[in-house]
Design a binder for this molecule. Structure first.
Ligand code: ADP
Ligand code: ZN
Ligand code: ZN
Length: 711
C-alpha cells in the first residue's frame, strides 16, 4: 500500500506533526508537495504532502490508515527540496509546522490550482487573415513571452483562436532566447579577484563573510560570482534587506544578466509574482533578487546564495514564522550544496564572531574600489557647542558644511534615526545616559510612572532632576524628529530644495523609488531621512552626510544599541563621496569618545568588534548566548502582567537567566497591554525546550527566539 505524510494546514495543538494517510482508493497519484483533502476526526481538512511512502511504524496495521479524499493540485506547488526548510524553521524558531510551510511559497502562487504555461512567442509572418488572429499574433510579436490570458484579454481573441494559432505553428510557448551575457563592466581589483577566487575554490555548502568597507566593490564581487554560477548552469539568489533596495539594485543586475533576472517581492502585482516564480522554477531565470522571502525561491539547481547587508535586522521576520533569512540561507546552502556569501561593511556580531573564530571563511575588502577615499569624518562634540552658547539643532561645523555643499551645487543627506517611541535621557553637559545596573541597556523614560525603566528586567528609578554623573540639570530626552529637521533646513536655507524620506512620507507602494530617483536625478539638494536612507544607495552627487543626533541610536533600550549605532553611522557615512568628488560626514553627538562613534567615523569594524565583543560575552548576550522573548498581551493590564509573571516563574531553571516581567517599550499596542519576559541562556537548546513548555502550557504567550527588536 502506498502512503503519504501530510501536514494539516491549520495552527492547533496536537496537529504540529505530519500524519500518515493511505493514497486515494481510486488510484490517483499523490505527489510530494501537493495539497490534499484528508479526513481528520469526524471532519475533513486540507494538508500538504511532505513525503510519500515513509517507513510506517512496524505496529501500524495497514487497514488502520484512512485514505486521502482528494488531491487538490494537478502539479505540486511546494518544491520538494524546500520542504526540509519548513522542519528546520519549526525546530529553530519554535513555530508551527503549518506556519513554516506557508512561508515557502508566495500566497498568489499557493492560490493557483495549476501552474501557468510558459508565455507566447510569434513565429514567422503570422496568419494572413482575421483581425483577432492578427491582433493576437502581433501582441506576442511585440511582447515576446507575453502571458496567454493577458494577450487574449488585450486583443479580445477567444481560446479557440489561440488554439488555432498554436496548432498552425504561428504561436509557440516556451522560454525566450536569451541574449548573450555582456562582458563585465569593470576589471576587478586584486582584492576583489582574491575574494572571487576563494569562494570559487570553496567546498559545496561553504560560507564566507565578505567584510568590505562601503564602496569597496562588494556588489561587483557578487556579480562575478553569479556569472560563474550561471556558466555552470546553476542559479543564484541575492537577498537584499528591503524592497526599496531591491528596486535600487535591479538595474545593475539587469545590465549584467540580461533577461536572466527575476525579482521577488510582495509589492509587485500578483500576476507578475506568479510569472516570476514559475520562470525561476522552470530554470528560465538564473538570478533571483529580493528581500528575505526570496530565500525560498524555487531554483532547480541552486549554486550560490548571497546575503547583502547581512547585518540588517529586517532579515528577521517578526511575525510567525519568525525565521531569520540569513540562517535559512545557511541551511539551504547546506541542503543544496550551494555556497553562501554574507556581505557587509558592518557585520553583525554573530557573523563577525563566526568568521573570526574560523567557523566560516573570512574575506576582506579594506579599501574603496575606485580611487575615491572614504569620507572625511568630523565628529562634533555637542557638549562643547552648548558650552559655547550654540543651542541650535545644527552645530556650527554642520551648518558650515551644508552651506558649502549647497554653494558647490552638490547634494547632502541629513540623517536622523527617530523612532517615535522609547526615549532615553542624555546629559547635555557630559553625555551620560542612564543605564540599567544589571542589563547595561539604556533606561527609558516613562512619563506615566515619572520614572526611568529597564525594559529587560523592570529595574526602575526616579527620573533624575540632575545628571548623576556631573550634576548638571541639562539632562533630558531628545525631542527632534525628521519633520523638525526639514523645517530647520527650510528656515536656514530657504532657496534649497529639500525632500524628506521617512515612514510618513513613504507610506505608498513605489513611493521610495520615485523619491530616490528624483533625488538621484538632482531634483533636490538636501534629503532628510530616517534609517531608510542609510542603506546601500549609490547617489553619486552626495558629498555630505550629516548625522543629526547619533545618541538617539546609541541609547536605544536594546543590548544591540552600540552595534546599531555603529552600523547606522557607518552605512549613512558610506553614502557620501561615492562619485567623483570626495565626501564628508559630520556626526553630532554628546558621546564623542564612545567606541561605536569613533570606530564608525573611521569605518573601522575591527576596532568596534574588539570593544563590543567582551561586553557581550560578559553579559551572555548573543553571539555568546541566546535570547528568547516571551510576550504576554491582554486587554487588561493585570491580566498581561499576571500572565508574564507566570511565564517568568515557569521559565526559571538551572541553565537560564530570566529577566522581567517588565512592560514592553511599547507598553500598549492596538489596545492591548504588553509585558515581556526575557530568557537568556548559553545554549539555544535549553531555550527551545523552555519555549516549547511555555507554549504548550499557555498558548496565549507569544514567543520569539533570537528577537532582533525588543519593542
Ligand atoms: P559596495 O557594494 O561594496 O558598496 P559597489 O560594488 O557598489 O560597492 O562599488 C562602489 C563603486 O565602485 C561602484 O560605483 C562600482 O561601479 C565601483 N567599482 C567597484 N569595483 C570596481 C572596480 N574593480 N573598478 C572600478 N570601479 C569599481
Ligand atoms: Zn552629566
Ligand atoms: Zn535591567
Amino acid at each position: 500500500m502506498r502512503t503519504a505524510l501530510v501536514v494539516i494546514d491549520r495552527v492547533a495543538r496536537g496537529l504540529d506533526r505530519p500524519f500518515t494517510y493511505a493514497w486515494p482508493t481510486d488510484g490517483t497519484v499523490v505527489p510530494v508537495g501537493a495539497r490534499v483533502r484528508v479526513p481528520l476526526g469526524s471532519r475533513e481538512a486540507v494538508g500538504v504532502v511532505v513525503a510519500t511512502d515513509a517507513a510506517l511504524a512496524a505496529d501500524t496495521p495497514a487497514t488502520a490508515l484512512r485514505p486521502i479524499t482528494a488531491v487538490l493540485d494537478r502539479e505540486p506547488v511546494l518544491p520538494e527540496d524546500l520542504l526540509a526548510l519548513a522542519f528546520f524553521i519549526r525546530d529553530r524558531w519554535a513555530c508551527h509546522l503549518s506556519q513554516a510551510l506557508r512561508a515557502l511559497v508566495p500566497a498568489p502562487v499557493r492560490r493557483l490550482q495549476a501552474p501557468p504555461l510558459p508565455g507566447l512567442y510569434a513565429v514567422g509572418a503570422g496568419p494572413a487573415r482575421g483581425s483577432r488572429r492578427r491582433a493576437l499574433f502581433e501582441c506576442a510579436r511585440v511582447e515576446p513571452g507575453v502571458d496567454a490570458s493577458r494577450a487574449r484579454a488585450q486583443t479580445g481573441a477567444s481560446a479557440a483562436v489561440l488554439r488555432e494559432l498554436e496548432a498552425a505553428g504561428h504561436l509557440r510557448r516556451g522560454e525566450p532566447a536569451l541574449p548573450p551575457l555582456p562582458p563585465a563592466r569593470v576589471a576587478l581589483t586584486p582584492e576583489q579577484t582574491a575574494a572571487v577566487r576563494a569562494v570559487r575554490a570553496g567546498a559545496p555548502g561553504a560560507e564566507w563573510l565578505l567584510e568590505g568597507v562601503t564602496g569597496s566593490g562588494k556588489t561587483e564581487v557578487y556579480l562575478e560570482l553569479i556569472a560563474a554560477t550561471l556558466a555552470e548552469g546553476r542559479q543564484a539568489i541575492v537577498l537584499l534587506p528591503e524592497i526599496s533596495l531591491t528596486e535600487e539594485m535591479r538595474s545593475r543586475y539587469y545590465a549584467r544578466f540580461a533577461g536572466r533576472v527575476a525579482i521577488f517581492h510582495s509589492a509587485m502585482a500578483e500576476s507578475t509574482r506568479v510569472e516570476e516564480w514559475y520562470r525561476v522554477r522552470r530554470g528560465a531565470a538564473g538570478v533571483v533578487l529580493g528581500p528575505r522571502s526570496a530565500v525560498f525561491a524555487p531554483c532547480p539547481a541552486l549554486g550560490l546564495l548571497i546575503v547583502d547587508e547581512e547585518h540588517e535586522p529586517s532579515y528577521k521576520q517578526e511575525e510567525h514564522p519568525r525565521y531569520h533569512a540569513r540562517e535559512v540561507a545557511r541551511e539551504r546552502a547546506r541542503l543544496n550544496g550551494a555556497q553562501l556569501v554574507l556581505g557587509t561593511a558592518t557585520p553583525s556580531l554573530e557573523s563577525a564572531h563566526r568568521a573570526r573564530t574560523g567557523e566560516t571563511g573570512f574575506l576582506r575588502l579594506p579599501n574603496r574600489a575606485t580611487a575615491q577615499a572614504l569620507p572625511e569624518p568630523v565628529i562634533v562634540d555637542m557638549r562643547q557647542e552648548l558650552a559655547d552658547g550654540h543651542r541650535e539643532m545644527f552645530s556650527r561645523p554642520l551648518k558650515r558644511a551644508i552651506g558649502e555643499t549647497l554653494l558647490r551645487r552638490e547634494q547632502a543627506v541629513l540623517f536622523l534615526n527617530r523612532r517615535g517611541y522609547a526615549t532615553s535621557v542624555v546629559c547635555r553637559d557630559c553625555g551620560l545616559s542612564v543605564k540599567c545596573p544589571q542589563c547595561a541597556v539604556s533606561l527609558t523614560v516613562h512619563r506615566g510612572r515619572g520614572a526611568l525603566v529597564c525594559h529587560y528586567c523592570f529595574h526602575e528609578e526616579p527620573l533624575p532632576a540632575v545628571c548623576p554623573g556631573c550634576g548638571s540639570s541639562r539632562i533630558r530626552s531628545f525631542g527632534v524628529g525628521t519633520e523638525q529637521v526639514e523645517e530647520e533646513v527650510r528656515r536656514l536655507w530657504p532657496a534649497a530644495r529639500t525632500l524628506r524620506a521617512d515612514a510618513d512620507t513613504l507610506r505608498f507602494r513605489g513611493s521610495h523609488q520615485a523619491l530616490f530617483d528624483a533625488f538621484r536625478a538632482g531634483d533636490a539638494d538636501i534629503l532628510v531621512g530616517t534609517q531608510m536612507v542609510a542603506k546601500g544607495m549609490d547617489w553619486p552627487y552626495v558629498t555630505l552626510v550629516g548625522i543629526v543626533a547619533a545618541d538617539i541610536t546609541l541609547t536605544l533600550p536594546d543590548f544591540r544599541a552600540a552595534e546599531r549605532a555603529f552600523q547606522l553611522i557607518t552605512q549613512a557615512a558610506g553614502r557620501a563621496g561615492r562619485g567623483e568628488r570626495p565626501g564628508t560626514v559630520v556626526i553630532q553627538t554628546y558621546n564623542p569618545e564612545h567606541y561605536a562613534i569613533t570606530a564608525a567615523a573611521r569605518q573601522d569594524f575591527g576596532h568596534f568588534y574588539a570593544l563590543e565583543a567582551p561586553f557581550r560575552e560578559a553579559l551572555s548576550y548573543p553571539p555568546f548566548g541566546s535570547l528568547m522573548l516571551v510576550e504576554a498581551a491582554a486587554a487588561a493590564e493585570d491580566e498581561a502582567r499576571a500572565l508574564a509573571a507566570w511565564a517568568a516563574t515557569a521559565a526559571a531553571g538551572p541553565d537560564v537567566t530570566v529577566l522581567g516581567p517588565a512592560p514592553a517599550p511599547l507598553e500598549r499596542l492596538r489596545g492591548r497591554y504588553r509585558y515581556h519576559v526575557l530568557v537568556k541562556s548559553k545554549t539555544l537548546a535549553s531555550l527551545l525546550l523552555i519555549g516549547e513548555h511555555l507554549q504548550a502550557e499557555e498558548p496565549r504567550l507569544s514567543i520569539t527566539v533570537d528577537p532582533q527588536n525588543m519593542l
